[in-house]
Design a protein around this ligand. Structure first.
Ligand code: MN
Length: 200
């Protein structure tokens, strides 16, 4: 039964050093966020696959399908979102903004970059509990959505361009309970080249 194997996930390396995003996000947060939190999602989805494979192999393991399916969705989505998030970020700069065709698309869809920022920040600051705010592409249209946890309120069959993690683990060490200050500082570290490359 060894050919019943799905590929196990691995924690991807960050595309920069842990202190690269300071002062917006500290080395301490980045280290914990990557090596503990993201790793936990990788481990979690692999554990769900282990359970499913044992059940498929008829090893007599009775599994709670509802719980395993929940774990698979939660951890796989957490892994996918963090993998995009790391690439969406770069060293802080004051004049950081989208340019070229990405800026044109944002202007066409949201009216202006300022209007886009207002909607994205408003969505991010108001996520209930733990979650994300995301810019997604559906055909020719761009939309901003909230995601609760990693996998609720999300929209299937769309492309994810830009995400911001608003779980407390993403900012609490630096900003305590001031999620708004963290969301406002995020504009300085967006890697707009990465976002533009994702825009199909
Ligand atoms: Mn996170």
């Amino acid at each position: 039964m060894t050919n019943l194997k799905h590929k196990r996930l691995e924690l991807p390396d960050l595309p920069y050093k842990y202190d690269a995003l300071e002062p917006v996000i500290s080395k301490a947060i980045m280290t914990l966020h990557h090596t503990r939190h993201h790793l936990a999602y990788v481990t979690g989805v692999n554990a769900a696959m282990d359970k499913l494979e044992k059940a498929r192999a008829g090893e007599g393991l009775e599994i709670d399908y509802k719980a395993v399916m929940r774990d698979f969705s939660f951890h796989m989505s957490g892994h996918k979102l963090h993998s995009i998030f790391w690439k969406n970020l770069r060293k802080s700069s004051k004049d950081n903004a989208p340019t070229g065709s990405l800026l044109e698309k944002i202007n066409e869809q949201f009216g202006s970059f300022t209007a886009f920022q207002t909607e994205f920040a408003g969505a991010g600051k108001s996520v209930e509990g733990s979650g994300w705010v995301a810019l997604i592409q559906d055909g020719d249209d761009l939309h901003i959505i909230q995601i609760q946890n990693h996998n609720l309120l999300s929209v299937l069959e769309t492309k994810t361009l830009l995400v911001l993690d608003v779980w407390e683990h993403a900012y609490y060490l630096d900003y305590q309970n001031d999620r708004g200050k963290y969301v406002d500082a995020f504009w300085n570290i967006i890697n707009w080249d990465d976002v533009a490359a994702r825009l199909a």
